[in-house]
Design a protein around this ligand. Structure first.
Ligand code: ATP
Length: 310
């Protein structure tokens, strides 16, 4: 069965403090008005979007819209990368953001209002972007995950874990990430790590680090201000051992990217990243918490086709 012109829409009812569910009828109405032909399915549990994307691509769809946040987008990318019917870059991925963070969309000018996001989809202006692939450990097993925006380790992963817990309990708000950041600071300790990026090596106490395809995470923080989504390379930002006071004083600099000028911050660019650490360093990809070090990252250049704004 070929469904070349038709979009398959994956709706996460839980995204954006249940905005996915509350706003779906309005979104569907606007899509009909814009002349977009689609079939939709709601996710029923975490990771369901991986299977939904895989199954529907194997059934003939080649265009997917995510109505959700970055976590749902990540699941769909993993569905695209585990289906067997088409090369992943032949599938078109679009987003109507209802999430709380919406960090991927910031790099591609995806409007936050539904009509604006749907107009972007109707124009179907596509771009290829790189995809990240990480191998990590979880309960003595080696696992793999793809990502589209950014991976974070150490402090960043701890903050993501706390934020996700608050979201699951239905208590999240616009400042959830910032609140988790300050509460995590009380208990978090840096870990000695060996980081290799292509031929370059850093051995240091690492407070937090990110391996980035796009620029933003944490709801608008520019953790990789110079990342270019289609250059075939990761931008790696490492913040070495820092005092709690410096972290508090530098939060504003994370939003405008100027934290890169601090002497404790090291940056690298490369296609392969290897990380080992004395204590396990935890991982998040696109905001979803996963396992821990040792870890290897590799770029899949221009591995996915996305619909971008102007
Ligand atoms: N039916 C469901 N019920 C509960 N959780 C779900 C359901 N479907 C998906 N999820 C989970 O919801 C979580 C949050 O999704 P998502 O990240 O898309 O939204 P968000 O957290 O509001 O947005 P953002 O990541 O942009 O801040 C994901 O971990 C996903 O696995």
């Amino acid at each position: 069965m070929h469904k070349d012109g038709e979009w398959f829409v994956i709706v996460n009812p839980n995204a954006g403090r249940r905005k996915g569910e509350k706003d779906w009828l309005e979104i569907a109405r606007l899509m009909n008005e814009a002349g977009i032909s689609f079939t939709n399915v709601f996710t029923e549990h975490p990771n369901h979007a991986v299977r939904l994307a895989r199954k529907h691509i194997e059934a003939g769809f080649r265009k997917i819209i995510v109505v959700g946040g970055d976590g749902t987008l990540n699941e769909v990318v993993n569905g695209i990368y585990t289906q067997k019917r088409l090369p992943p870059a032949e599938i078109t991925l679009a987003m109507i953001p209802v999430g709380t963070g919406n960090d991927w969309g910031r790099s591609f000018n995806i409007p936050l209002d539904y009509k604006g996001a749907i107009d972007v989809i109707a124009r179907e202006n596509t771009r290829l972007q790189d995809v990240g692939k990480v191998s990590y450990h979880s309960k003595d097993l080696q696992k793999q995950r793809h990502f589209i925006n950014m991976a974070g380790l150490g402090f960043d992963a701890m903050v993501a874990k706390r934020t996700n817990k608050v979201k699951q309990e239905g208590k999240s708000g616009p400042f959830s990430y910032l609140i988790s950041l300050f509460t995590s600071l009380i208990s978090y300790k840096a870990t000695y790590a060996r980081v290799k990026v292509d031929g370059q090596e850093l051995k240091a106490g690492v407070f937090t680090m990110s391996v980035a395809i796009c620029r933003f995470n944490g709801g608008g923080m520019m953790q990789a201000p110079n990342a270019i989504p289609d250059d075939g390379l990761f931008d790696v930002t490492v913040i070495t051992r820092v005092s709690r006071l410096l972290v508090i004083r530098s939060v504003k600099k994370l939003y405008d990217g100027s934290f890169l000028k601090l002497p404790q911050v090291k940056t690298f660019r490369g296609a392969k990243v290897e990380i080992e650490s004395d204590q396990p360093m935890y991982l998040e990809t696109d905001g979803e918490s996963l396992g821990h070090t040792p870890m290897n990252f590799e770029v899949i250049p221009l591995g996915i086709t996305v619909v971008a704004g102007n």
